[in-house]
Design a protein around this ligand. Sequence first.
Ligand SMILES: [Zn+2]
Length: 44
Amino acid sequence: MVTTTERDGATWFACEVCGMLFDDREDATQHERSCEGEEPTYLQ
Ligand SMILES: [Zn+2]
């Protein structure tokens, strides 16, 4: 889930997986989807 952080009077959106900050919620959400997708989870 994308988390929000307030800094210098602005709201930032952080990827919960790697911690990268975005100034746009959509950018953060899109990034986080692919960020999570990078980890292979082929546990069977
Ligand atoms: Zn990320």
